[in-house]
Structures are given as C-alpha cells and as structure tokens.
Design a protein around this ligand. Sequence first.
Ligand code: ADP
Length: 273
Amino acid sequence: DSPLNDDRTLEIRIIPYGDSQRLLIARDVTRVRQLEQMRREFVANVSHELKTPLTVLQGYVEMMQMTSDPDSVLGKQYRAMEDQSLRMKTLIDRLLTLSRIEAATDIDFEHPVAMPALLEKVRKEAEELSDGRHELLFEVDPALWLYGDEMQLHSACANLVQNAIRYSPEGGKVRVKWFLQGARGRFEVHDEGMGIEPEHLPRLTERFYRVDRARSRDTGGSGLGLAIVKHALSHHNSQLLIRSRPGEGSCFAFELPPSLVSVRRNESVTGTS
Ligand code: ADP
C-alpha cells in the first residue's frame, strides 16, 4: 500500500540484493510524468496551430504557380516554395501522428485487425513510393490477424517499409514478411540498402535522430518515423528489433505476443482495412 493518498505515480523496481534478499526501490515520478504530458500537449498544440496558416500559404503559392511560366526564374522560385511548404506539412502531420500515438491510452483490443488487408495497403503505398525503382517482395500469411489498433499497426509497418525503400539504392530488393513464429506474430522488413553503423542503433528511435541528415532530408524524411514505430509497438507489448550490416543492408522486425494473435485458417477472410 502506498502512503500517498493522492494521484501520485510511483515507479517501483525490485532488484536482487545478495543471495536471498530483494531490494525494493520506489521513486516518485509524478512530476516527471506531468512534464512529459505538458511537453506532448505543447507539441500537439503548436503543430495544430501551424497547420492553418500553412494551408493558406500553400493555396497562394499554388495560385502564383498557375499564373507564371514554370521555366522562368519566378516559376522556379514558386516551385521551390511549394516543395518547402510540402515538407513542412509532412513534418507537421508526422508530429501530430506521433503526439496522437504517444498519448493513446485506450487501445481497442476487442476486434482483430485484418493484417493481410492492412499489408496489401502498405504494399500499394510502397509501390507508389518506389515507382518501379526497387524489387518489392511481400510474403504474408493470409490467415494471421491481430488484436490491436489498426492505425498504429499501419503506421508501424508502413514506416519500416518506407524506410527500407528510401535508404536503398535503385534496383535494391525489399522483402517484407508477416508470419507465425511459434505462437507469436512476426513482421520483418529486409533491405539491401546502406545499412547502419552499430553505434547509431541505440539512438535510432529518438525523435529527430538521423544518421545522415542530408540523406534523410533528400528522401523526404522527418526523423520521426522510428519514434512513431517505437510508440505504436510499445502499445502492443512489442519492441523494435534491428539488425544491420553497414554497406550490405538491414532487417527491422517486431514480434507480437500470442495473446494478440488470431489465426483464421479455414474461415472466409474479409479485410477490414
Ligand atoms: P527519417 O525520416 O529521417 O527516415 P526515421 O526515424 O524513420 O527518420 O529513421 C531515423 C534514421 O534511421 C534515418 O534518418 C536513417 O539514418 C536511419 N534508418 C532508418 N531506416 C533505415 C534503413 N532501412 N536503412 C538505413 N538507415 C535507416
């Protein structure tokens, strides 16, 4: 029983102490959690407030482009303005997605998500992004569904597949697998891209952490993709697993616990995505 009778949050750790004893460490993390919450709300509010003026600016740039010669100096400047405002919009959308996923507490584990249909959607988006420049292979167990949040699961899978494409050279193979491993559902994305040096791996899921800022920017990156993946997975009792060989490629994977897996063999399967 906690002696604190208000809404305080205690973080409790029990660690081995000597041969037969245990040490219990209780830390009051109420203030830390409050500050985290304030930070999340602040980012979500700022992002939301930035959206309206940006949409207005985009409208004007579009109009100016329509009335100018695209090959003139002015036409090229308008195109640059459009590119930059599009980048800003992507960044704001991703910040909002991250805030929404970070703050989510009421995940609906009642209804299973049709992962095969969800991954079909991811495949179509990947084809659009790759535009024929990569070999995309999807091996999906058609009977493997999952209890969880459809939007979050889509964000996790889509971000990993998009990264595999964005950090791979032309002609590179991107292989996506969704299968049953024992009683767990396992998702894997393999690429033959540039790979990642080991010292970067522990920091990859931090917000705005990028191994190569220029490369990330050139491929439309925001530095928020893997942070979104991390939070979406933690809501599903899972975590991101990364294996990478610099210069050869990477494998990003996650496993879902048996309690969230729904195998629907010999049933007529209809997608929900
Ligand atoms: P970004 O929008 O910059 O891609 P992410 O959070 O998705 O942000 O990824 C963080 C960083 O991790 C990237 O900037 C990139 O350096 C590295 N990274 C992610 N996926 C891959 C991959 N498949 N191959 C190589 N590097 C990757």
